[in-house]
Design a protein around this ligand. Structure first.
Ligand code: NAD
Length: 355
């Protein structure tokens, strides 16, 4: 991969690499855009097959954060970081997290780190020993685990998808299939169960699936077949790149709306394919913005009731995007909205010169 060329194509401002021999940390921070403000984005710990895979992931995720913040109407840019692990499941240490905190600190506040896949509130608190530019901890910095807020936002996005299909937004009598009963999936399951939906759940961790089955009376489905389960709403809440042409051909749901980042393998192609099949797609970076709204909101000094209102507004934003897509690609409509806000330099205003 030609890094500068890719950055130019995707519009990244800055990509920084760091290695710390003492802790073994190897990490990349990608700042996509600060046009709307400083950029908050999680720190992902992951074992990548190659360094190029890690770079591609952080570039794509950070671009997604710019679009997520813009669609959420936040005066925040987009950035993300990845820690490259020597093997999957490699245990996090305080030394590694503190080295990461020092790396984050070198960005001078342009980048604000937070929790993501592979990191925890503890990891964030360790980073916060070295930098004030981090959110989502429980002791050394505030925010806590943003997952319940993400789940609530995704639930709000689902309501908009239902309304778009002419339903009243009620979940009574509906079936929702969730892939991944982790931090977000479990809370989403609880919200849907409380709202009267029947659940089909799946997780590669059998204990998580069994726990959801017991709590919600859910039907457990194996991780391979959940994406083709017969349901009203399919909610991928595990990993990204799970829906491509093959899965779209077999999808048995009217709505695709989940919390996972980058659900579609090739968003331009796959969002159009979904539209052709008549599946309503709530774009992931719009519906899963609850977590960033919460942490960025605390950073920006919003009150709890502001945060709640902004989370609820995910329903209106999703509805607007689905309406603007007019039966075509909702992903494209969402990117257009985000780019137009970024081009205007104001998250509450759209430019007619967005690229
Ligand atoms: P998590 O790690 O707590 O949960 C993920 C769950 O998915 C785990 O239980 C894991 O066992 C399961 N899983 C992994 N592969 C699977 C597969 N093939 N089939 C079924 N289950 C599988 O993560 P999380 O915090 O709940 O986040 C879930 C997704 O939402 C991620 O893609 C994350 O990037 C995205 N997201 C999370 C937040 C947040 O606030 N946590 C915010 C925005 C986006």
């Amino acid at each position: 991969m030609h890094t500068l060329e890719t950055m130019t194509q995707m519009g990244h401002e800055r990509v920084c690499f760091h290695q710390d021999p003492e802790s073994g940390l190897k990490a990349i921070i990608a700042v996509h855009s600060t046009k709307l403000g400083n950029a908050l984005g999680g720190t992902r710990r992951w074992h990548y097959a190659t360094e190029a895979d890690a770079l591609q992931d952080v570039l794509r995720l950070s671009q997604g954060m710019s679009w997520k913040s813009a669609c959420a109407g936040l005066p925040m840019g987009g950035a993300k970081s990845v820690v490259l692990l020597p093997e999957q499941g490699f245990e996090a240490t305080e030394a590694e997290a503190r080295a990461m905190g020092r790396f984050v600190d070198t960005m001078g506040g342009v980048y604000i780190a937070a929790e993501d896949v592979g990191t925890s509130t503890q990891y964030v608190d360790w980073m916060a020993q070295e930098t004030k530019h981090v959110r989502g901890g429980e002791t050394a910095c505030d925010g806590g685990d943003p997952s319940p807020w993400t789940a609530k936002g995704t639930f709000n996005g689902m309501r908009a998808c239902l309304a778009h299909m002419g339903q009243d937004g009620s979940f009574e009598g509906l079936t929702v299939a969730i892939q991944g009963m982790g931090h977000v999936g479990m809370v989403l399951g609880e919200l849907l169960n409380d709202a009267g939906a029947s659940l089909i759940v799946s997780d590669i961790n059998q204990d998580s699936a069994a726990q959801a089955a017991e709590r919600f009376g859910a039907v457990v489905c194996d991780p391979e077949s959940v994406l083709e389960a017969e349901c009203d709403i399919l909610a991928p809440c595990a990993l990204g790149a799970v829906i491509g042409p093959e899965q779209i051909g077999r999808i048995n749901a009217d709505i695709l709306c989940g919390a996972a980042n980058n659900i579609l393998v090739d968003p331009d192609r796959d969002s159009a394919l979904l539209a052709d099949r008549g599946v309503v797609y709530g774009p992931d970076f719009v519906v899963n913005a609850g977590g960033v709204i919460h942490l960025a909101g605390l950073y920006l000094g919003y009150t709890l009731s502001d945060l709640q209102e902004r989370n609820d507004a995910i329903e209106d934003t999703t509805a607007r995007i689905l309406s603007e897509a007019a039966g075509g690609s909702s992903y494209e409509a969402a990117v257009t909205l985000a780019q137009s806000r970024i081009a205007s330099g104001n998250p509450l205003q759209e430019s007619c010169h967005a690229s």
